[in-house]
Design a protein around this ligand. Structure first.
Ligand SMILES: C[S@@+](CC[C@H](N)C(=O)[O-])C[C@H]1O[C@@H](n2cnc3c(N)ncnc32)[C@H](O)[C@@H]1O
Length: 191
């Protein structure tokens, strides 16, 4: 491995945010999941939980290799994931198109945060709404009332990145030392 590549791995990894995770609830379009993985990599997300019955598939032409650099955990119970994350101190931010929502800039994304994105047809489940601490809606002014899920994800992650940047989160490494070393080793092996 070249020194340049090694430095790049260390630089990117030192900006990874272990306390900003995505939870995808039963998304069925591979290209959406893949676009989300790519945005997660771009905006520094370390981990995505894919809640799904059956096999997890993605579209390599859309993810463009980003699945190598984001931890994807496939699980079948949304409740278990959210309860576990809550227990670890994460606020659960549900994306929601109904009543009682706030705008993205009103969410404090500098807190440990799990953003829950919903199914392409039905959105997030009642269970997610029940467990969530915050419901967020990106305002729109078009005829179609919702955004594509991967677009919504990109907008929220950009907001999270801006807030974290303002607080200096990218100036120094945020991963705990053991996790950083473990990831570094894995990423070197990937290369
Ligand atoms: C196509 S939408 C689902 C539409 C569904 N009929 C509903 O009422 O939620 C799929 C997912 O994209 C995200 N999404 C779409 N538009 C959004 C918006 N304006 N604000 C926040 N999230 C949005 C949410 O995660 C949503 O569950």
């Amino acid at each position: 491995m070249t020194e340049r590549r090694k430095r790049r791995i260390e630089e990117v990894l030192s900006k990874r945010q272990h306390d900003l995770v995505l939870v995808l609830e039963d998304l069925y379009k591979e290209h959406n999941v893949s676009a989300i993985i790519r945005s997660a990599d771009a905006f520094g997300v370390l981990r995505i939980y894919v809640v799904k019955e059956g096999e997890f598939r993605y579209a390599p032409s859309v993810s463009r290799g980003s699945e190598e650099w984001v931890d994807v955990i496939v699980t079948s119970s949304i409740e278990d994931v959210l309860v576990e994350l809550k227990g670890k101190g994460f606020q659960i931010v549900a994306t929601y198109l109904g009543e009682g929502t706030v705008r993205p800039e009103e969410v404090d994304f500098t807190l440990p945060t799990a953003i829950v994105l919903g199914n392409e047809l039905e959105g997030v489940s009642e269970k997610v709404i029940e467990i969530s601490d915050v419901r967020v809606k990106i305002p729109t002014i078009g005829m179609v009332t919702s955004l594509n899920v991967s677009v919504a994800c990109g907008i929220l992650l950009y907001e999270a990145m801006k807030q974290r940047e303002r607080k200096g989160f990218f100036r120094e490494r945020r991963l705990p030392p053991e996790l950083y070393e473990w990831m570094r080793k894995r990423w070197m092996e990937n290369t």
